[in-house]
Design a binder for this molecule. Structure first.
Ligand code: HEC
Ligand code: HEC
Length: 248
């Protein structure tokens, strides 16, 4: 380093060899327009990180914690960056070709963004599929552990819907795979998380009936009738179960 460069570094506090952030111009844009203003591009990128729940380094070559000026943003080395280009084209097609002539004239319009699908996740799976995945990998304990861990981490964010439906959907998937006993465990967990949900108790009751647990099914349907006193169908089903009727 020459004396003059060292002097510049001392005066400005900057490493003289480091690139500028944001760069003067972008050199490797394939989808975004070359004319995109610098601050707009930075906003688009910040939107990507929020939509996927990642940092710049998920797509770009650079070291976490180092100044952005040291990153190589033009590099195409990381696969997610290429995926993001595909996604940009897809989103443009959805909003343009598919929805372009279906505008109501409202402002802002309803439009598809990265966050519409990704919800803060790199893999935008619904909760029920995430649970099925865990169940296939490690059985019922693994599915219950995944539910607890995801709930702790994501409850209150847009990532997953922890309402009364997900565990029932997961239980249906587990049942289709031939294990009603595991399905009932998931359905019971659902009634613990949603004790006031008639839907949760009805689903558990039907699972118990299918598993041959008549007494359990009756007790669960009694909860349904308690929660929804005017529900004629539930009352009729309870009567049927008490008389030892089979599940439909
Ligand atoms: C989900 C992947 C993804 C994330 C996360 C992401 N980027 Fe990008 N970035 C891209 C893609 C894709 C392009 C190229 C767009 C194109 O080809 O039109 C790009 C291009 C850039 C460029 C232009 C590079 C050039 O010279 O061509 C800069 C600068 C940039 N990103 C900065 C950032 C910053 C800063 C962050 C973090 C706040 C970030 N990016 C996060 C995917 C991402
Ligand atoms: C219509 C729904 C949808 C939209 C909108 C969408 N994505 Fe995706 N994205 C997906 C799906 C599905 C996958 C595949 C995930 C998998 O296989 O793990 C995916 C995968 C990706 C991946 C690869 C993740 C990995 O590392 O496995 C990146 C990066 C990505 N999307 C970025 C974006 C960006 C950036 C946008 C907005 C420009 C966007 N996506 C918009 C559905 C969507």
């Amino acid at each position: 380093m020459t004396v003059r460069l060292v002097l510049v570094a001392l005066l400005t506090g900057a490493t003289p060899l480091a690139a500028q952030w944001p760069p003067e111009k972008f050199t490797n844009l394939e989808v975004l327009p070359d004319s995109i203003p610098r601050d707009t591009l930075v906003q688009v990128m910040a939107g990507f990180t929020r939509a996927l729940g990642v940092r710049c380094t998920y797509c770009h070559v650079g070291e976490e914690g180092q100044p952005l000026a040291t990153y190589d943003f033009a590099s195409d080395e990381k696969h997610p960056k290429e995926m993001a280009r595909r996604m940009l084209r897809m989103v443009a097609a959805i909003n343009g070709e598919y929805l372009g002539d279906h505008r109501h004239g409202d402002d802002p319009p309803v439009r598809v963004t990265c966050a519409t699908c990704h919800r803060g996740l790199t893999a935008p799976r619904p909760l029920q599929d995430q649970l099925l995945l865990a169940w296939r990998a490690g059985g019922i304990d693994s599915a219950l552990a995944a539910y607890a861990a995801l709930r702790t981490r994501y409850y209150g964010s847009a990532a997953y819907d922890f309402g009364e439906v997900a565990l029932v959907d997961a239980a249906n998937g587990v049942d289709r795979a031939g294990t009603i006993a595991d399905a009932v465990i998931l359905l019971r967990r659902n009634t613990e998380v949603h004790p006031e949900s008639a839907f949760a108790w009805r689903s558990l009751a039907e699972g118990q009936a299918k598993a041959g647990d008549q007494a359990g099914a009756v007790a669960s349907y009694e909860r349904v009738v308690q929660l929804r006193p005017g529900d004629q169908r539930a009352a009729a089903r309870l009567k049927e179960l008490r008389e030892g009727g089979r599940s439909p």
